[in-house]
Design a protein around this ligand. Structure first.
Ligand SMILES: Cc1ncc(COP(=O)(O)O)c(C=O)c1O
Length: 512
């Protein structure tokens, strides 16, 4: 953001709204925003730039777009406003030397749909935007925010690459909407080995990652105000897709005191006659928890009692440590309708290839109409990425290279052990040791650090230590007392990061 552009746009917006510096200071104090006289005069004169929270306050107060104010849109002394009908109008203004402003013309601009108003997806949100801005200005950032294995040196198994090359020329056309026969057969057999009952080829759907299938499942199921139980903390795409579909995501608590297992009493309390389904994420992102059979059985009992669909996101099912076994909840629920999700993004470190799948199992008769909806949406996107489908059989059969990472001495396991110890050695930080995936969700003693806003904590850490983490709120966790660390980087890199994080917590007190 250039100081000159920002100052020009700030002055234009103030003039348009008829607001003076003193008005902004007054509005800030009313809203509990820290904005001093000297700050605002420096912004107006183009001497300094505001922090993102102040920028957003100014944009909101002056009814302009924060991106525009920041100078990210075409230059010129223009002001973006919204008319009474909610249409975005882009007014072109001229600032004269005597600081008067005249409006030259209005241009229609376009806003995102209101359907997106309550959709949150902070895994790529405002803290991440700030990191991108810092990177653009030449700062190196260590990104511990996203579970993307490849940048941390996890390579695709050679056999997978070889087989994809071999088949590439046969993958030029669309496939069957649900996927290639060979891929679906391999997925079906994998699901059968996990004890998932009553499945045939037509019950398997491939997708451009599990992400696309979550979206399809929510869109096909939820009418306005239909409720779906989703864990808190969650992988936020579930809540985002349920909300976008018009449904109401009702969060049940996963209890840190009980190894982050779902709190069955809380689930029961939150069921109403509008509840259609329950989502579980097992193994869990962001907590790294793995649910034992007793816990899964209790969830099945509740779902059976209230006739709920079970959606089970099992994308980390092959990244389970400590010689534990992953159990698919669908294997315990032959009489219920279940959809189980998995894919190759994490287990085969090919997140960029975009291949995931879902398996419909159990009592499919009760979901006949819903399944028609799933088919319709899956037909509408024609098919998922065909080259990626072509290696599913290779990936699921034979040697599983991921095992080497999670056995004793394996890279992911060593990194897990290191990060757990390093974090829990920091005074004021505690954590449950993860059993699976590559995330840990530590707890902060908020009193010790005076933390009331976890996004601010993540921003402060980013600015001071150049480390990007996602705050607990990004995972629909209500208290400002958690954050997630992706422990994919090599131990040397994690050591450096942990040194900085420990130092940060040795002095940090959040300013109100
Ligand atoms: C729990 C969970 N489900 C789904 C996904 C999305 O996976 P995909 O790459 O298959 O879209 C992720 C990605 O991080 C995840 O953590």
């Amino acid at each position: 953001m250039s100081k000159e552009t920002f100052s020009l746009r700030l002055r234009a917006a103030m003039a348009r709204e008829g607001k003076k510096q003193v008005d902004l200071i007054r509005a800030a104090s009313e809203q509990g925003v820290k904005l001093g006289k000297s700050h605002i005069s420096q912004y107006v004169s183009g001497k300094t730039l505001p922090r993102p929270d102040i920028l957003h306050f100014l944009a909101d107060t002056l009814q302009v777009d924060a991106d525009w104010l920041r100078g990210n849109e075409p230059a010129g002394s223009d002001v973006r406003i919204t008319d009474n009908a909610g249409n975005s109008m882009h007014s072109i203004h001229t600032i004269h030397k005597n600081n008067t402003v005249t409006e030259d013309r209005k241009m229609r601009t376009f806003k995102k749909s209101s359907k997106l108003d309550n959709v949150l997806y902070d895994v790529r949100g405002p803290v991440v935007d700030e990191a991108a801005r810092m990177e653009e200005s030449g700062t190196q950032i260590l990104k511990l925010n996203i579970g993307n294995p490849a940048p941390f040196g996890f390579r695709t198994p050679d056999e997978v690459i070889y087989d994809m090359r071999q088949q590439l020329t046969e993958c030029e056309g669309y496939s069957h909407a649900q996927g290639l026969f060979s891929a679906r057969k391999a997925i079906m057999q994998y699901a059968q080995l996990k004890g998932i009952p009553n499945i045939a080829i037509e019950d398997i759907y491939t997708g451009n990652g599990v992400s696309e299938l979550i979206n399809i499942c929510m869109s096909a199921l939820l009418d306005d105000e239909d409720e779906i139980l989703i864990p808190s903390p969650d992988y936020p795409l579930w809540t985002a897709c349920a909300t976008l579909a018009g449904g109401k995501a009702v969060h049940y608590i996963c209890d840190e005191q009980s190894d982050w297992y779902p709190d069955i009493d809380d689930i029961r309390k939150k069921i109403t006659d509008r509840t259609k389904a329950i989502v579980i994420i097992n193994p869990n992102n962001p907590t790294g928890a793995l649910y034992p059979k007793e816990v899964l059985q209790k969830i099945v009992d509740v779902a059976r009692e209230h006739q709920l669909i079970i959606f089970s996101d099992e994308i980390y099912d092959r990244l389970v440590m400590d010689e534990e076994e992953h159990i698919s909840i669908a294997s315990l629920a032959p009489d219920l309708f279940c959809i189980t999700f998995s894919g190759l993004s994490k287990s085969h470190m090919i997140a960029g290839f975009r291949i995931g799948w879902m398996v419909l199992s159990g009592n499919k008769k009760i979901a006949k109409d819903y399944i028609e909806g799933l088919k319709m949406l899956s037909n509408m996107r024609l098919c998922s990425n065909v080259p990626a489908q072509s290696i599913v059989q290779t990936a699921l059969g034979g040697h599983q290279s991921v095992r080497g990472y999670i056995e004793p001495g394996g890279r992911v396991r060593e990194q897990r052990d290191y990060i757990y110890k390093a974090l829990t050695d920091i005074p004021g930080i505690s954590a449950v040791k993860p059993k699976a995936a590559f995330y840990i969700f530590p707890k902060i003693d908020v009193k010790k650090f005076n933390i009331t806003n976890d996004e601010q904590f993540a921003l402060d850490l980013l600015r001071e230590k150049k480390i990007l983490l996602i705050h607990g709120g990004g995972f629909n966790w209500e208290q400002p007392d958690h954050f997630r660390v992706v422990y994919l980087p090599r131990i040397e890199v994690l050591k450096e990061a942990m040194g900085k994080i420990a130092d940060f917590f040795s002095y940090y007190k959040q300013q109100l």
